[in-house]
Design a protein around this ligand. Structure first.
Ligand SMILES: [Zn+2]
Length: 70
């Protein structure tokens, strides 16, 4: 009985992660600007690029990154 329950949970987990992948792939990602000084980040919106931003609020240099490091 326990085994069956575990399998059912794994199945739900799989569906859940597929749903998350689907959601993520539908969210347009324009990349992030990461501050080298304070490690703060700003998520770029449509039409924005690194050139639109001179520096972080703290005065640190901004670096473009396609994805955030987890
Ligand atoms: Zn900063």
């Amino acid at each position: 009985m326990n085994k069956l329950k575990n399998e059912a949970n794994e199945f739900v987990d799989e569906i859940h992660s597929k749903f998350l992948d689907f959601k993520l792939s539908r969210t347009k990602d324009y990349g992030y600007l990461i501050c080298e000084k304070c490690s703060g980040y700003y998520k770029l919106q449509k039409g924005e690029s690194l050139e639109d931003f001179e520096a972080c609020e703290c005065g640190g240099k901004l670096k473009f990154k396609k994805k955030l490091d987890k």
